[in-house]
Design a protein around this ligand. Structure first.
Ligand SMILES: Nc1nc2c(ncn2[C@@H]2O[C@H](COP(=O)(O)OP(=O)(O)OP(=O)(O)O)[C@@H](O)[C@H]2O)c(=O)[nH]1
Ligand SMILES: [Mg+2]
Length: 222
């Protein structure tokens, strides 16, 4: 009887927990985004630490939403650390890929840019690196079908590339290519992790998509 009552109590009080993996090149703004999410959704916590340092290892936190816990995994984006990402794929329920919209040239990949003689476009910044890294994530079989949110970060800066350009020049190309890795829910949103603009919308999107995908990737009960 005790065990039954205990079981019922746990069932009534437990919540689904989903893991969200924050990925992107170094300096993209993952830790800043993580800090803003915590400050918005954990209001009793300390103020956000927006003076970040490059992440070596991981920062983890769990935010409480009305219908779930969202566990955020913020990992380092430096080249030497990216090989560690794959160890998180099997247990994540969504991937948030953050890119620096001020470090991708005009937002178009080489193939889609006019030839240098006719173009006044700036060099492509880290766009090609971003494309290769994103393709690599999507190609990994352990990340198959995981909802993907791409955040065009640093939209507060005047030199940022607009989200529509990023969609056309980078995201569409990745998804149309052979390396897209099958069907998945995806979206591109503009954000400023520094000011917090767009951060709530990003969390809302993740919240709804992990629920839709819960039969493929069931949550952990906590
Ligand atoms: N203007 C502006 N700067 C930002 C924004 N987001 C992050 N930054 C700055 O970009 C730099 C890198 O931010 P981080 O959040 O540490 O980047 P990261 O992706 O965690 O980097 P790694 O841990 O090395 O992978 C910091 O100087 C941030 O203040 C943004 O939305 N706007
Ligand atoms: Mg970081």
């Amino acid at each position: 009887m005790y065990h039954l009552a205990k079981g019922l109590y746990r069932l009534a009080t437990s919540k689904e927990e989903y893991s969200v993996l924050l990925l992107g090149l170094d300096n993209a703004g993952k830790t800043t985004f993580h800090e803003q999410v915590k400050s918005i959704f954990l209001p009793d916590g300390p103020p956000p630490n927006l003076r970040t340092v490059p992440t070596v290892g991981q920062n983890v936190s769990t935010i409480v939403l009305p219908d779930m816990y969202l566990k955020l995994w913020d990992v380092g984006g430096q080249l030497s650390l990216r090989r560690l990402w794959q160890s998180y794929y099997a247990s994540c329920h969504a991937i948030v890929f953050i890119l620096d919209s001020t470090d991708i040239g005009d937002g178009r990949t080489k193939k889609h840019r006019p030839s240098p003689s006719t173009s006044t476009a700036p060099p492509s910044g880290r766009l090609e690196e971003c494309r290769l890294v994103l393709e690599d994530v999507l190609q990994n079989s352990e990340a198959e079908g995981v909802p993907l949110l791409i955040l065009a970060n640093k939209q507060d800066r005047e030199d940022c590339v607009e989200v529509v350009r990023i969609k056309e020049g980078l995201v569409k190309r990745v998804f149309e290519g052979e390396k897209a890795g099958g069907i998945r829910d995806s979206r591109v949103l503009p954000v400023s992790a520094l000011t917090g603009t767009g951060v709530t919308e990003a969390v809302d999107w993740v919240r709804s998509r992990v629920k839709w995908n819960k039969e493929s990737r069931p949550p952990v009960m906590r």
